[in-house]
Design a protein around this ligand. Sequence first.
Ligand SMILES: [Zn+2]
Length: 195
Amino acid sequence: MKEKIKRIQKKVGATPDGVVGPETVAAIMAALGIKEDTPLVWPTQKEVRSGKSVFGAPGSNNLVRITPPYQLWYDGARVSSIAVHKAVAEHVQAALREVLEHYGLERISILGLDQYGGCYNYRKTTAGSSLSMHAWGIALDFAPEHNAYSKKAPEASLSRPECAAWWEIWERHGAISLGRECDKDWMHVQFARLK
Ligand SMILES: [Zn+2]
């Protein structure tokens, strides 16, 4: 086996010592054209509003429906699926799956992480005159009842320490929290950077 590994190492340009370590793995990946996982960087809000980002023009043309991995509720009604931009769909799905794994159903319910406040909505921002990231279907709201736009930490329920993991999960998918960035609109998570 060791001889075979040495032959592979020679072939891909790694030190032929017969031991598979990080150098050998990196050389094999390079030889096969497998790219390293790069951290997710979504466009800035300005880039999104230009209409020339990966998200394209605002509107409902790019929406796809996903089925959340745990029951979401919208104003007391069951949510069977949510419509999000196709470019972020797998990330929303994966993030919610990780939330379920991390918190479990009971804590999800206690923390209000199952209270959905909507995603796609062709509208302007609450505070300004430019289009909201919701107009592209790349922003989602959660636990809206306890996280009104002007509510700050620690009154906003999603600002509390027990929700830090919730935000870390979204941030691992490149999304940002307006609450964590600006201490406002704690219900809101979006797949666009502020700058
Ligand atoms: Zn929002």
